[in-house]
Design a protein around this ligand. Structure first.
Ligand SMILES: [Zn+2]
Length: 251
C-alpha cells in the first residue's frame, strides 16, 4: 500500500511538472518552473528592499545617472509592462551587479573600474537583466523543489523495499544533485544570460565588441580575487561563446 502511494505521488509530480514548462526568451529553451510569475515578482520586491536597506545608494552623481540611462535604454527594448524598473548604483567595492525579478537592477561601484565605457557597463547590466528575464532564479528554486520531492518519494519507496539503500539514495540525490545537476545547470544559465544579454545590447544600440573587452577585463582581474566569479564561473569559453553569438547576429 505504501509502495503504491509513493508511485501515486511520483505520478502527480510528473503531471504537475509537465504542466509547468516555460520558454526562455531569445533561446527558446524549455524550462521547468514551479513558482508563478507573481510569486517570483513578490520575492524579488522583498529581497530588493532588504538589499537596499543594507546599502549606501548613490544618487545624482554622473555615474549614478549613467547607470539609470543605460538601464532605461535596455528596459526599452525589453518591453515588459509588468516590470517596475529601477536602476541603482550602490557603494560597494565588489565587482558585481544583479537584477531581481521585476527589473530591480543594482550595480556596485566596484564594477565601474572594470566597465570602462557605457557599452561595457551595458554588457554587465544586460547580462544581469537577462538572468531575470529568463527566470533563472525561479528555475533554480524549482529544481530544488523537485530534488526534495524526489528524495521524499525515493525514501518511501526504498524504506518499503530495502532500508539499507536509503542512505545510498540520499547521497545520489543529495550530493549527486548538488554536484551533478545544480552546478552545471548554473553554467548553462550563465551562457544563456550571455546570449540573451548580447541580443539586448544589440537591440539597444550598444557596441557588441565592447562586450568582449568587458569580459577580457574581468578575466584579467580574476587573479585579484574578483567576487563576481564566486557566482559567475568564468573561462575563455564564455568569451568564445559570446563571439559566436555576435557572429550570428552580424550574419
Ligand atoms: Zn550571470
Amino acid at each position: 500500500m505504501k509502495k503504491y502511494s509513493s508511485y501515486l505521488i511520483l505520478f502527480i509530480l510528473i503531471i504537475f511538472i509537465s504542466g509547468c514548462t516555460a520558454k526562455a526568451p531569445y533561446t527558446n529553451r524549455s524550462q521547468m518552473i514551479l513558482i508563478s510569475q507573481s510569486q517570483e515578482l513578490a520575492l524579488g520586491e522583498e529581497s530588493y528592499k532588504e538589499a537596499l536597506d543594507k546599502s549606501k545608494v548613490i544618487t545624482n552623481t554622473k555615474d549614478a545617472n549613467r547607470v539609470k540611462n543605460i538601464g532605461m535604454r535596455i528596459a526599452k527594448v525589453v518591453n515588459r509592462s509588468d516590470y517596475k524598473w529601477e536602476f541603482n548604483l550602490v557603494e560597494n567595492e565588489a565587482k558585481n551587479a544583479f537584477c531581481l525579478p521585476g527589473g530591480k537592477v543594482v550595480v556596485y561601484t566596484g564594477i565601474l573600474d572594470v566597465a570602462k565605457n557605457d557599452s561595457q557597463l551595458a554588457t554587465v547590466m544586460s547580462h544581469e537583466i537577462a538572468h531575470a528575464l529568463a527566470r533563472h532564479g525561479a528555475e533554480r528554486v524549482s529544481s530544488g523543489m523537485v530534488t526534495n520531492a524526489l528524495q521524499t518519494v525515493g525514501n518511501i519507496v526504498l524504506s518499503s523495499q530495502a532500508p539499507e539503500l536509503t542512505q545510498t539514495f540520499n547521497i545520489a540525490y543529495g550530493l549527486g544533485a548538488q554536484y551533478g545537476v545544480l552546478l552545471p545547470y548554473g553554467r548553462m544559465q550563465e551562457s544563456e544570460a550571455d546570449e540573451i544579454g548580447i541580443h539586448l545590447m544589440h537591440s539597444a544600440g550598444y557596441d557588441l565588441n565592447e562586450a568582449l573587452k568587458f569580459w577580457e577585463n574581468m578575466k584579467e582581474g580574476k587573479n585579484e580575487g574578483i567576487e563576481f566569479f564566486s557566482t559567475h564561473p568564468n573561462s575563455s569559453t564564455r568569451i568564445e561563446n559570446i563571439k559566436r553569438v555576435i557572429k550570428d547576429i552580424k550574419n
